[in-house]
Design a protein around this ligand. Structure first.
Ligand code: SF4
Ligand code: SF4
Length: 742
């Protein structure tokens, strides 16, 4: 026996397929090996793609990237990095397998190229057989070239923001999304950005946004006139004054000790008086440079670099004799949170400074904005002091002096924390989520209190047709809320590969439906999803009703045969799960047994073999009601197994049901009622037809018989009374006891 048998209110035996499937699944999972999550390419593959002037270096050990050097900049070190996303951000796709892209970024964090290497997203497969193919995906990733990884990225489908190359004014990059593939595209975006950020943090010194959050920006409208002395006291200008004696102390015990005769002769004199100020903040910049020079400097600073005024007095300048304007000073370095930044001279000497003492050097230095330095957090300006002992082969000793600098916080503001990509997906679809949520509430109310809606057959028919129309057109074709076996096989592959299920967050409509369906397992069993919320199931129901209108004969088969054939959906389910575990790369082809992608996801926009297959299933459903649902659907099989979690037999029954009354059994189009009157919940689609009959005193046979019997008794009594010419006494007709209060 393959079905859960109910006797009265108690279930006494459960499905063997559940046990078999569970056993088979655990065995398969034990047998299977892990998915491969490693990159595909060798150095030669990269060399084929990146020819001269690029030179591909060996793959690094600490992080799987190939550095690219350039023959045009021999001494510049790596000018770009190339890497496979699967090595750094193996985010599982909708189908459960991570996609793989070859990503290249330059040393400023600009994308050079993103190339598709491998993907198995259902919506992007079968290019040669129809469907979307991977062309839209390739077009999507082509949009990354030239963008910087530090720009916030948005994916939009609306035409206004969807122009190629469009970037909104607030610095947010908007990429053209792909309709019908919004979930997959969000996962692509996370994969590409996740991998690129890993490399940027490891090789370009970019800050970890997860740890530090976004950088602050200068409040350009905050300006208070301040004097140089005030800036020294309130921290707007940082200062480090070091005497000869203090420097001598630094070198104590080293080869550099006692070699600076001037220092030893004048220990209290100033070795260096070091100054630093952050010029982008108007209050500081205008006070240091003066209004006219500040405006000129900011106009020239078109790429919004962080600009610092760094100056020195005393006997040790901040630049040595070999310093070339426009380059780094060998004596200076800047760090923040342990990360060194490329501090470059801007070849601009401030003039007419008022306030500081006589300076020996006064320069402007800049740091690229894309390097993630946060101007509202402390920076360390490191000055290297070198001493040489000996004149022929001198021993050089270097020590560092550090000036910590933190500009006042009131000069800056932080942007709001960017929402995670999955949350954007939920926000984008709040209207759809609201509508779907309300429809689920409505359905819950109807299933919890089915009496009013079902007792009137016309009312039930109108409500059911209305809801199924919503399910097919809105939930299915518009909101793309068709649950699928792919979500189950994908979850198996993802878990097996040791990756979390976080990618499911990117598809909020499906997640909401999955959550509701799982809860419905405990309350109502299998039929809530299959009877009301499956778009393809709704389409089959419309086809079945149309067939009746066209007087196409409905075929029925003996219950025993139908019950045997219903095992087919468990068999298909077991095969698909086995394939997902054992052959994850090939398994998704088998998922095409489901016509959902053809009919609902792609709206029949596929090549003819897929359309012919889907049409054949619908035609079969015209003759045999819900043919696919009952005998083939693997998702229906999985949901039937989930329905075993049902806590009660909630469909009302009478003692007369099946003994002898067969009214509901004959009316049930799903063969879900046994001759004994018991409901087969794993086959019930919760159409509520039998509930309506149960509550209708014109259709429920036991009620009709009881009423007839009551009327007959009443008439007999009336006759007797009139014959005896006695005062008449009225009694109510005997009522039919109800199985429960519903
Ligand atoms: S059996 Fe399959 S196709 Fe039918 S309603 Fe259920 S999930 Fe949909
Ligand atoms: S008529 Fe059949 S399918 Fe409909 S609710 Fe009753 S048992 Fe379920």
């Amino acid at each position: 026996m393959f079905h859960c048998i109910s006797v009265g209110l108690h279930r006494v035996a459960c499905l063997r397929p559940a046990r078999i499937s569970a056993l088979a699944m655990s065995t398969l999972i034990l047998l299977a090996s892990n998915l491969t999550l490693a990159g595909d390419l060798k150095k030669a593959d990269i060399e084929r793609r990146f020819g001269p002037p690029y030179q591909v270096q060996e793959k690094l050990r600490e992080i799987p990237v190939w550095p690219l050097t350039s023959s045009l900049e021999q001494k510049a070190g790596p000018v770009a990095y190339v890497f496979e996303s699967i090595d750094l951000a193996p985010l599982p796709g909708f189908e459960g397998t991570p996609m793989n892209f070859l990503v290249s970024i330059d040393r400023k964090g600009n994308f050079i190229d993103v190339e598709l290497l491998r993907q198995r997203e259902p919506v992007f497969t079968f290019r040669d057989l129809g469907g979307l193919g991977d062309t839209p995906l390739r077009e999507f990733i082509a949009q990354y070239a030239g963008r910087n990884i530090h720009q916030p990225f948005l994916i939009a489908l609306d035409a206004a923001r969807n122009r190629p190359g469009h970037a909104s004014n607030n610095g947010v990059t908007t990429l053209d999304g792909i309709s019908k593939a919004t979930t997959s595209v969000r996962i692509v975006n996370q994969t590409v950005l996740g991998a690129a950020n890993e490399v940027a943090r490891a090789k370009l010194g970019f800050a970890d946004r997860k740890q530090h959050g976004p950088s602050a920006h200068v409040l350009s409208d905050v300006y208070d006139p301040v004097s140089f002395a005030e800036m020294l006291s309130n921290g707007m200008v940082g200062r480090l004054r070091v005497t000869n004696a203090e420097v001598e102390k630094l070198f104590a015990g080293t080869e550099g000790a006692n070699v600076d005769e001037t220092a030893m002769a004048h220990p209290d004199e100033v070795f260096i008086d070091l100054y630093i100020a952050y010029l982008n903040a108007p209050t500081i910049g205008r006070a240091v440079l003066g209004d006219a020079q500040y405006s000129a400097v900011m106009e020239r600073n078109f790429d919004k670099r962080h600009l610092w005024w760094i100056a020195s007095a005393g006997r040790y300048p901040i630049t040595d004799d070999d310093f070339i304007p426009g380059t780094q000073s060998a004596r200076l370095a800047m760090t923040q949170n342990g990360t060194f930044y490329d501090l470059r001279d801007q070849d601009l000497e401030p003039k007419d400074l008022s306030g500081p003492p006589a300076l020996n050097t006064s320069l402007l230095f800049g740091i690229n904005t894309e390097a993630s330095l946060d101007p509202a957090r402390p920076v360390e300006l490191i000055l290297t002091v070198g001493r040489a002992k000996g004149s022929v082969l001198p021993t050089v000793v270097a020590k560092q002096l550090t000036l910590s600098y933190l500009a006042p916080a009131r000069l800056f503001a932080y942007p709001p924390e960017p929402s995670p990509e999955w949350l954007l997906a939920w926000k984008d679809r709040w209207i759809d989520l609201t509508i779907v949520g309300l429809s689920l509430i409505l359905l819950s109310v109807v299933l919890a209190r089915p009496r009013w809606i079902s007792r009137d057959a016309r009312r039930l028919r109108l409500f059911r047709l209305g809801f199924l129309t919503y399910t097919l057109f809105y939930l299915g074709w518009y909101a793309q809320g068709q649950l699928s076996i792919v979500q189950i096989t994908g979850a198996i592959k993802t878990l097996k590969a040791g990756l979390g299920l976080a990618s499911y967050l990117y598809d909020p409509i499906s997640l909401l439906l999955i959550a509701f369906t799982v809860i419905s397992f405990f309350v109502w069993g299998r039929g809530t999803f299959c009877g009301w919320l499956c778009p393809f199931g709704a389409l089959q129901e419309f086809v079945g009703r149309l067939a009746r209108r066209l007087r196409i004969p409905r075929l029925r088969m003996p219950l025993a045969v139908a019950k045997r054939l219903e095992r087919g959906r468990y068999l298909v389910l077991a095969i698909l799960i086995g394939a997902a575990v054992l052959f994850p790369s090939q398994g998704e082809t088998l998922n095409e047994v489901e016509p959902f992608k053809t009919v609902i996801t792609l709206g029949f926009e596929r090549s003819w073999p897929f359309i012919a297959y889907a049409a054949a299933l619908l035609v079969a459903g015209a003759f045999y009601y819900k043919f696919f649902c009952r005998f083939l659907c693997p998702l229906g099989g999985a949901i039937s197994l989930g329905g075993l979690l049902r806590r009660s037999d909630w469909l009302s029954r009478r003692g007369e049901c099946g003994k002898p009354c067969q009214r509901c059994k004959a009316a049930c189009k799903y063969d879900a009622i046994e001759p004994s009157g018991e409901i087969r919940y794993e086959a019930c689609f919760q159409c509520l037809d039998c509930v309506g009959i149960y509550h209708d005193d014109k259709r429920c046979v036991p009620i009709v018989l009881h009423q007839k019997k009551g009327k007959r008794l009443l008439a007999e009594r009336d006759n007797q009374v009139s014959m005896q010419n006695q005062p008449r006494v009225f009694h109510r007709s005997p009522a039919v006891p109800e199985a429960d209060g519903r």
